[in-house]
Design a binder for this molecule. Structure first.
Ligand SMILES: Cc1ncc(COP(=O)(O)O)c(C=O)c1O
Length: 369
């Protein structure tokens, strides 16, 4: 059976050129911290990768810190900024990824209060509400650039400007934005990224730290990454990640347009053939690769399981515990009913998907429904 992978927001396959590049780079084995020739070779490649990533994002190489991915990046930013004071508050959106919300909640036990900005039914952070939550005790505002569940593009530029006016540091989890929407980091203090969401290997990512922003390393040791992230750099994956980014940015408009066409024809077919189907954030600005579908019948969990048996891989918006489906908490917060919040399935497209994948997936969705 032909397999159709539509879970690119969870992780992506390597682009063939990235895979080739990665295999070739495996011959470079030096430790970038070693003072001899082998180390120097590795160090030069590492710094070249940093320069490439920085130039694609229009920032300075000294503002890029390589790490293991966005869970580490988000933990580093939140823990370091919020541990500076024993009291205060952090403002996040109500739909943040757990690597932001769980850290904020844990810190809440030590005196930091967590304030959640309301997100509309269309999956957009409500700016006015967010503004009303910021006060003189706000230590950090953290809002994702793009929702990993609904693909909605958040008003990051406006939030960043607001934070600048109020003198509050701003962090954005940009994992689902990079390579899919144009990023502007000008007003952003901290941004976090993960390689495996854009056709690079897993276990590698980076943080953007604006010049002069405070950061306390999560890991201490050999002082790599200018002392901000100790541990021998994951050189091969870093090189492959920079390569993936370079390839994606080279044809940015073409790539994003292709994703948009795949997603739009998928949604058009679903809406044509399944009465009562609903796309979350349909009328909001979305990144072109994510489609969050609320089906009129069956739980998201059931649909994902049945589709998996049919060779279509996607993701359920709700968890299942002891045979019971738990409604998606973010959909509930956005005003969806309990029933709707159990019926969401996320389909996400990547650069290796084809039009044929779309037709094939829709056929199999109709079959299992
Ligand atoms: C929005 C968002 N933030 C953070 C993460 C965590 O990234 P990583 O897998 O690099 O730890 C993910 C991945 O699921 C994500 O989608």
């Amino acid at each position: 059976m032909r397999r159709v992978y539509l879970d690119n927001a969870a992780t992506t396959p390597l682009l063939p050129e990235v895979k080739d590049f990665l295999c070739r780079s495996l011959d470079v084995f030096g430790n970038p911290s070693s003072p001899h020739g082998a180390g120097e070779e590795a160090r030069e490649l590492l710094e070249l990768a940093r320069e490439n990533v920085a130039s694609l994002l229009d920032v300075s190489p000294s503002e890029i810190v390589f790490n293991s991915g966005a869970t580490e990046g988000n933990n580093t930013v939140l823990r370091s900024v919020l541990s500076r004071k024993s009291r205060g508050n952090v403002v996040i959106s109500s739909i943040e990824h757990k690597s932001v919300s769980a850290v904020a909640r844990e810190l809440a036990r030590s005196g930091i209060s967590v304030r959640e900005a309301i997100v509309s039914k269309e999956g957009m952070v409500e700016l006015e509400h967010l503004e009303s939550l910021i006060d003189g005790d706000t230590l950090l505002v953290s809002v994702m650039s793009v929702s990993n569940e609904f693909g909605t593009v958040q008003p990051v530029r406006e939030i960043a400007e607001l934070c600048r006016e109020k003198g509050v540091p701003f962090h954005t989890d940009a994992v689902q934005a990079i390579g899919k929407v144009r990023l502007s980091l000008e007003e952003v203090g901290y941004a976090t990224f993960s390689g495996h969401k854009f056709h690079a290997p897993k276990g590698v990512g980076f943080m953007y730290l604006k010049e002069g922003m405070f950061i306390k390393p999560l890991l201490l040791g050999g002082g790599q990454e200018r002392g901000l992230r100790s541990g021998t750099e994951n050189l091969h994956s870093i090189l492959a990640m920079a390569k993936a980014l370079e390839l994606i940015y080279k044809d940015f408009e073409k790539n994003t347009e292709r994703l948009r066409q795949l997603r739009d024809s998928f949604e058009r077919l679903l809406e044509e053939k399944i009465p009562g189907v609903r796309i979350v954030g349909k009328h909001a600005r979305r990144n072109p690769s994510i489609s969050a579908v609320v089906f009129p019948r069956r739980t998201g969990w059931e649909i994902v399981e049945r589709l998996s048996r049919e060779g279509v891989f996607c993701s359920s918006g709700s968890a299942c515990s002891s045979g019971e489906v738990i409604p998606n908490e973010h959909l509930l917060k956005m005003g969806y009913s309990e029933e709707e919040a159990t019926r969401m399935v996320r389909f996400s497209f990547g650069l290796l998907n084809t039009e044929e994948d779309v037709f094939s997936a829709v056929d199999r969705i109709l079959k299992i429904l």
